[in-house]
Design a protein around this ligand. Structure first.
Ligand code: GSH
Length: 234
């Protein structure tokens, strides 16, 4: 029913977490980012930003033509609305979830992404840049830790807000963060890690890209770095 255009990265894992929790039927379409699949014209047609994940729902609720959705946060809102799961229907509960989902999309994801870039991928190690993003990631971990001090999950019950944040905490060592410094975050992290759906989601990631834990190859780095407007030109 759902085609998931996917590669096992933090943003990709978010959607598999949801699909495995709900049991919604789906088919993985691998998008090999290191090989440049994200810039094939047929992929750009459903993902104008040249990024995965993307879904195509072949059986939308309105019974019409297939719907494609890009941006992981929006994909999760779409799937939550489709299934009635992991996003409360009432206004208070719904916006409690959505504000933390947006916090991840605008803060934790991009900042931890820059952290990875300058600490791991940049050919030149720039202390100012590394320090800036390690500190900002640390601040965001502190925000999440405080939020989790008096509730099991970010918005009370397990929701799409947790699913967007969890994959970005998985690489905490690579982000120069110690979970021991954030006891509430650690407890939350371990609870999600132990969910059967989470275990299955990360197994699927290993099947799709058995080299996911290896350093990015030099060829892949060439594809992924220095992109300009030229990559999305017709
Ligand atoms: N805000 C987007 C970000 C998606 C994103 O950056 N995806 C990365 C992998 S995590 C990607 O497709 N990268 C391909 C590239 O950099 O060329 C989302 O959450 O869906």
């Amino acid at each position: 029913m759902i085609d998931l255009y996917y590669w096992p990265t933090p943003n990709g894992h978010k959607i598999v977490l949801f699909l495995e929790e709900t049991g919604l039927p789906y088919k993985v379409v691998p998008v090999n980012l290191g090989a440049g699949d994200q810039y094939k014209p047929e992929f750009l047609a459903i993902s104008p930003n040249g990024r995965m994940p993307v879904i195509v729902d072949r059986a939308p609720a309105d019974g019409g033509a297939p719907i494609s959705v890009f941006e992981s946060g929006v994909i999760l809102i779409y799937l939550a609305e489709k299934t009635g799961r992991f996003l409360p229907a009432d206004t208070r509960g719904r916006f409690e979830v959505l504000q933390w989902l947006m916090w991840q999309m605008a803060g934790l994801g991009p900042m931890a992404g820059q952290n990875h870039h300058f600490a791991v991928y940049a050919p030149e190690k720039i202390p100012y840049a590394i320090d800036r993003y390690v500190k900002e990631t640390n601040r965001l971990y502190g925000v999440l830790n405080k939020r989790l001090a008096d509730r099991p999950f970010i918005a009370g019950e397990y929701s799409i807000a947790d699913m967007v944040c969890y994959p970005w905490i998985v690489p905490h060592e690579r982000q120069s963060q110690k979970l021991e410094d954030f006891p509430h975050l650690k407890r939350w992290f371990e609870a999600i890690q132990a969910r059967p759906a989470t275990v299955r989601a990360y197994e699927i990631g290993k099947e799709v890209n058995p080299n996911a834990s290896q350093p990015v190859s030099e060829d892949a780095k060439k594809v992924l770095s220095g992109q300009t407007a030229a990559v999305v030109k017709d």
